[in-house]
Design a protein around this ligand. Structure first.
Ligand SMILES: [Zn+2]
Ligand SMILES: [Zn+2]
Length: 263
């Protein structure tokens, strides 16, 4: 099994820990940080899902993806294999195409009711901080891995392309969920090319038209290209979560989150 399968969760954990510390010292939404106990319980619940998903990835899903990429390589299959571009152009094309796939996969998670059952666990979080980046139902991880098996073959990705993408994706996801007090000007500048906290806060809004916007994972360009970009300056007024799952709902606990897709 290649190193990245094991390294990714460790690196992700280190980035999460660093951002958690930054949120403690200089939060954007200070009210949540002031209620220390609530923040800890919320963080531990989300981290438990993250731990389950990390184990699932290391023990099972990582090796399945490796087999799929290996098959494409040995059979000279996939768009990039056929195009035979110079190495660095091929790598840039692989990363961009895969990021575009991530956009459409996320958008499908909002459009297809079956996929939404799983993805709504990520959106039912009534608070947002870096631990929200860990809050995914294991079923969503399995479904997205199943879809990836075909996509990596169709694109003709090499293993190191995928490893590099994962190395970029993990810190970007942690960053755009975090509650760090990033100056608005910095967020404005970064948002031209990547997904920032401000952009992703809108995605976690309870207003349906805002939930169904800003689907990009790394590059923000996809939302602009496919017409789903939304922005609002009054971030303080955004209510996070889903109306069906209030703060004290049993679905906010670990068994409740695991049960959510099946209720
Ligand atoms: Zn979403
Ligand atoms: Zn999110």
């Amino acid at each position: 099994m290649p190193d990245f399968v094991q390294i990714r969760p460790l690196m992700f954990a280190a980035v999460i820990a660093a951002l958690w510390l930054a949120e403690s010292l200089a939060p954007h939404f200070a009210a949540f940080v002031r209620i220390a106990r609530e923040r800890r319980v919320h963080g531990l619940r989300n981290a438990t899902l993250g731990l389950i998903n990390g184990l699932l990835g290391v023990l099972l899903l990582g090796s399945v993806i490796v087999l799929s990429v290996h098959w494409a390589q040995t059979h000279e299959f996939g768009l990039l294999r056929w195009l035979a571009l110079p190495g660095w152009v091929e790598a840039l094309a692989a990363l961009s195409l895969f990021d575009a796939w991530m956009y459409w996969w996320h958008r499908l998670n909002h459009m297809v009711p079956f996929l939404w059952r799983f993805h709504r666990v990520h959106h039912s979080d009534p608070r947002m901080d870096v631990t929200t980046a860990l809050r995914f139902h294991p079923g969503e991880i399995i479904l997205s891995t199943a879809a990836r098996l075909f996509i990596v073959v169709l694109i003709g990705m090499q293993l190191w392309h995928l490893a590099l993408y994962e190395l970029i994706l993990a810190p970007v996801i942690a960053f755009h969920h975090s509650n760090i007090n990033l100056p608005r000007k910095v967020d404005d500048a970064l948002r031209w090319f990547m997904v920032t906290p401000w952009m992703h806060w809108v995605h976690h809004s309870r207003l349906v038209q805002e939930t169904n916007s800003n689907y990009s994972s790394v590059l923000s360009i996809w939302d602009r290209v496919f017409g789903s970009f939304r922005f609002r300056a009054d971030a303080e007024m955004i209510r996070f979560g889903l109306n069906e799952y209030p703060d004290d709902d049993p679905h906010q606990g670990i068994p409740g989150m695991l049960r959510t897709p099946f209720d």
